[in-house]
Ligand binder design. Structure first.
Ligand code: FE2
Ligand code: FE2
Length: 317
């Protein structure tokens, strides 16, 4: 039995005199799943109209649902900043010749819908502002290079036979980079090398650091977590260190990411890393009401107050 999350809570009321725009974030909304679409379409149609949403990938793999989802999200927010996740680059329906071709197809779709996939500055009338910088990415497997987030796991299946990307992605010969991870990081170089005249919030779909894979005792909150897939070593496909190198070169104050369906909110060496994911209905089966993701997480408020963000795990391990 799966559970539909409760209707999203509206964001907290604000003093009408204080109308500075805010930045919200969410990832892994997987709207090819009906319960997740129900959640999305229950979001407030008025509360976020001055605000910006960071949507950190894994919206869905079907292009027509992706188009509908992005168009709907765009109608709720003043601006939407987005990067594709791994699910978007699946080509199991042969709608694109390969995963790179589909990536460019999605970039063109975003352009037509007014979705930002390049750096975007959110400014106020008083002159304050924040830059939101997307970092395209893919994971680096341990066989591909030293930039992998790989950590050994006894008893694992190194062939990743149960990992859907191995069946549903298709990569053309890489001309400009030896791996998919390096190809996507290369696309960011232009934006990483330039100067920014306001604080930077960066975001990627994949994880930028190994320690973010693992929950802390505080995040577990006394729960004993079991491993439902002992043979699956997520660290093989989690992300790559090159993302964090770019985060640091940007001087980002906050980095948003997704992919693992685990919520985090940690400061590491001066950068706040936030993951705030909706995830799958089956992952919500054993959660109590207060553990559900009620809506996007408030991560930045241009009135100068950095908002709280969820720090709970979305699903049991
Ligand atoms: Fe996901
Ligand atoms: Fe993902």
């Amino acid at each position: 039995m799966t559970r539909t999350p409760p209707s999203p809570l509206p964001p907290p009321l604000r003093d009408p005199a204080e109308q500075a725009p805010r930045v919200w974030a969410i990832s892994d909304i997987h709207t090819d799943i009906k319960q997740n679409r129900t959640w999305l379409y229950a979001l407030s149609k008025t509360a976020y109209l001055r605000d910006t949403l960071i949507l950190a990938g894994d919206v869905c793999d079907r292009l027509e649902i992706l188009r509908d989802t992005l168009a709907h999200v765009r109608s709720l927010f003043s601006a939407v900043c987005y990067v594709p996740g791994n699910h978007e680059l699946w080509v199991r329906r042969r709608e694109s010749p390969d995963s790179i071709a589909k990536f460019w197809q999605i970039r063109r779709l975003c352009q037509t819908l007014g979705i930002h996939t390049e750096p975007f500055k959110l400014s106020t009338m008083s002159g304050s502002g924040v830059w939101i910088v997307p970092l395209f990415s893919w994971y680096m497997q341990p066989e591909e290079g030293a930039g992998s987030l790989f950590v050994e796991k006894p008893g694992e299946d190194p062939t990743l036979s149960m990992w859907s990307d191995h069946h549903f992605t298709s990569w053309p010969p890489m001309v400009t980079a030896p791996t998919a991870a390096e190809f996507f990081l290369g696309l960011n170089e232009h934006h990483v090398n330039r100067a920014y005249d306001a604080p930077v919030i960066s975001f990627s779909h994949f994880l930028p650091r190994t320690e973010l894979i693992y929950s802390t005792p505080e995040e577990r909150r006394g729960r004993v977590l079991t491993d439902p897939y002992p043979q699956f070593n997520f660290s093989r496909v989690a992300g790559c260190l090159g993302i964090d190198t770019q985060v640091r070169r940007l001087g980002a104050i906050i980095h948003i990411y997704g992919h693992q369906h685990r919520n985090r909110n940690r400061v590491i060496d001066g950068v706040r890393y936030i993951s705030h994911c909706l995830g799958y209905p089956r992952e919500r089966q054993h959660l109590s009401g207060d553990q559900f993701v009620q809506g996007p997480a408030l991560i930045y408020d241009l009135s100068g107050v950095q908002g709280p963000a969820a720090h709970r795990e979305v699903r049991s391990e």
